[in-house]
Ligand binder design. Structure first.
Ligand code: IVH
Length: 683
């Protein structure tokens, strides 16, 4: 491949993974793979300055800005650390420091590298006044209210010899035990699982509801004290002070006088870390003296006085026995590696995901190969390499991606620009129908919460339902089923023999099916599971086409006229209604009385009192939640925006509005309106 092409490919991939990691909280690759690609790009860019790009992923230190929170500038930028993966790289660092300090004696403070989400805490006169996420390193989100719920973070320090103002940084973590419990609960509620404790911690910190944050029992370790009047010149000594003031500082911290002590610390903790209650992914090495740190200084992205050593992800070598294929709700066909069982990081691994056909091709996978599996940050392990020296050509066979659906036999398709293969048979392919029904009953759709995916699968497999309308036929039958007697009289007797489905469950199911008739039109539209029509698009469509009949009649041109609807969505809607089987489902749902048009009171409840206004919400409220205020603003025709500018109409301020916000508002002359005044404004 041409160098330039390789650089472009790496940049695109890294941009994508950066987005997956920082914005979506859903990484597809391990940190190590990411760092590896980043290094390759850094090297290539250094060798070929002619391909310079000011927007290259190497130029920035990720971003996790979240619009819902107020953004606050860091007093000192929050930089990241350069990574190393081998003892020799650690030795190189040691040597660089030695040279940089021109022969002066120095000590290296070694600490655990905690794998959570970083936080900056500001203390004034011993009180926690602000907690800010890293964000893009220059400014982050003000998550003070959430951080205050974390028990190990002191809100008020007892009397002590701390400076009047200082900042302390550290990592917010979700302990393994809490993470496992949380995921088990999410699984039971059919919610998406967190891939790892790091994502769970950062997701939790960004919740709008701090009560829920409190429930999640986050933990934290602090590892960096900053300020104008720190007590000591040693980083280690400052942390000991911080510990004495009441902060949680790790016990896994040591001042080392030579390289050997550093390497011993690394090998000790590489094993011992497995007994810690929280995730760690390496060791951080810091020059201990702050004076020496200042002498060494910073590069554009990271300090020259510190480095991270990353532990090898645990991996195992095992045999690939066969590749099977799973068909998901949307028809995506995912290859799954079936492996000879092997022990890996505390569990026995039998299966690993291979993502898509490109991965098979890139690895040049053969059945019978000895493959490496890793648990790179994700719950499902994946294949990261093939041990080619162990391949016996006569006994292995190249993996060829299937071309028909393993469930229904339909020829698979691959859309331009997508890595996945799809089964296009969305109206008759069993997992897709089951998936559609599961989606239909889910909480954000029709919320028929008394029926879970297993029950739906059981009904479907037993042949009692063939689509979503089946649920209404069984439990409501256009109003004919009102009592248990009706239910028993109108359903086949075989139904009664289904395991675990006794009269109490039947009654509950009848009730939630009946309640689903009240679900408003936009959610019903979302529940239909039209490809590319998520919650937001469903709301936009319901507003533009106030009944399903109007939507079904809309031409491609009509759809494209609507702001927010692009060609892909428009074509998907046209395709949906062009299929007679879908129109039949909608008609039968209508016969059962589902809401297929906007009710008069819903559209009339809109006012224009805040029309054209951009409103910033800040602080903590007592009458309504932030989300409720957001909804109220939208309902009255206003727009809720994240940051203050000259265009901001006013700030809806609760308690504890951040000082920097206040300053900005004053500077720009933006009006500040309290809760009660706002409520009066909109009545
Ligand atoms: S010190 C300028 N110490 O690793 C140095 N960071 O890539 C600032 N981290 O963003 C960081 N454990 O989130 C430091 N003992 C530790 C750490 C640590 C985890 C994280 C932190 C930082 C990232 C650096």
């Amino acid at each position: 491949m041409e160098i330039k092409q390789r650089i472009d490919w790496l940049r695109n991939e890294l941009h994508r993974h950066n987005h997956n990691y920082y914005i979506l909280n859903a990484p597809e690759i391990s940190d190590q793979e990411f760092d590896h690609m980043m290094r390759e790009l850094q090297d290539l860019e250094q060798e070929h300055p002619e391909y310079e790009d000011p927007n290259s992923p190497t130029m920035r230190v990720g971003s996790d800005l979240n619009k819902e929170f107020q953004q606050v500038a860091h007093q000192y930028p929050m930089l990241s650390l350069a990574n190393t993966y081998s003892e020799s790289e650690v030795a190189d660092f040691y040597e660089r420091v030695r040279k940089g300090l021109e022969g002066e004696d120095f000590e290296i403070c070694c600490e655990m590298k905690y794998d959570g989400t970083s936080i900056s805490l500001i203390y004034e006169n011993g009180r926690l006044v602000q907690a800010v996420t890293r964000g893009d390193g220059v400014q982050g989100d003000d998550v003070t209210a959430n951080v205050k719920t974390i028990r190990c973070i002191p809100l008020q320090l007892p009397e002590g010899d701390y400076p009047a103002k200082f900042e302390i940084r550290g990592e917010i973590l979700m302990p393994w035990s809490v993470f496992e419990k949380l995921n088990a609960e999410r699984e039971a509620r059919e919610e998406q699982l967190f891939a790892n404790p790091r994502n769970a911690a950062s997701g939790t910190l960004k919740l709008q509801n701090s009560k829920e944050v409190a429930r999640r029992q986050l933990d934290s370790y602090l590892y960096y004290l900053l300020g104008e009047e720190l007590p000591c010149d040693g980083h280690f000594e400052n942390l000991e002070k911080a510990r004495s003031w009441g902060f949680k500082v790790s016990e896994g911290i040591k001042k080392c006088k030579n390289l050997q002590e550093i390497l011993d610390f690394i090998s000790y903790w590489d094993v011992e870390r497995k007994n810690l209650p929280v995730a760690t992914d390496g060791i951080v090495l810091k020059v201990n003296s702050l004076r020496q740190q200042r002498n060494l200084g910073f590069t554009a992205k990271s300090p020259r006085w510190a480095i991270a050593y990353k532990f090898q992800a645990e991996r195992a070598l095992t045999k690939l026995e066969k590749v099977t294929y799973q068909v998901g709700r949307t028809g995506v066909v995912t290859p799954v590696a079936n492996l000879e069982p092997v022990q890996l990081a505390g569990t026995i691994v039998k299966r690993a995901s291979i993502h898509n056909a490109d991965v098979i091709a890139n690895l040049d996978l053969h059945i019978g190969d000895m493959v490496y599996v890793e648990k790179g940050g994700e719950i499902i392990p994946k294949i990261t390499g093939v041990e080619l020296s162990a391949r016996n050509v006569a006994e292995t066979e190249k993996v060829v991606f299937i071309d028909t659906c393993p469930e229904c036999g339909a020829p698979l398709v691959r859309y331009e620009g997508e890595a996945a293969h799809y089964c296009p048979n969305d109206v008759a392919c069993p997992p897709q129908i089951k998936g559609k029904i599961e989606h239909f009953i889910s909480r954000k759709a029709m919320n028929i919460d008394s029926l879970g995916p297993e029950t739906v699968a059981m009904f479907y497999n037993a042949g009692f339902i063939k689509d979503v309308v089946g649920l209404y036929d069984i439990f409501y039958r256009q109003g004919q089923i009102q009592t248990l007697d009706d239910f028993y009289a109108l359903n086949p007797w075989e139904f009664m023999s289904l395991p675990g489905f006794k009269s109490k469950s039947v009654l509950k199911a009848m009730q939630s099916v009946r309640e689903s008739l009240e679900v408003p039109y936009p959610r019903v539209l979302f529940a239909l599971g039209i490809r590319f029509v998520g919650e937001t698009i469903a709301k936009i469509l319901a507003k533009a086409f106030p009944s399903i009949d109007k939507l079904a009649e809309a031409s491609l041109h009509d759809l494209l006229e609507v702001e927010g609807i692009g060609l892909v969505i428009a074509e998907s809607i046209i395709k949906y209604f062009a299929d007679e089987r879908n129109r039949d489902i909608v008609n039968r749902l209508k016969e059962n009385g589902l809401q297929f048009e906007t009710r008069i009171d819903e559209s009339q409840s809109q006012s224009t009192k805040l029309a054209g206004m951009s409103i910033v919400i800040s602080g903590v409220f007592s009458h309504h939640s932030r989300d409720e205020y957001k909804a109220l603003i939208e309902k009255n025709g206003g727009k809720n925006v994240g940051s203050i500018s000259a265009k901001t109409s006013f700030i809806l301020a609760g308690e504890n509005m951040g000082p920097s916000k206040l300053e900005k508002a004053n500077k720009l002359g933006v009006k500040i309106i309290g809760e009660s005044e706002f409520l009066e404004m909109i009545e």
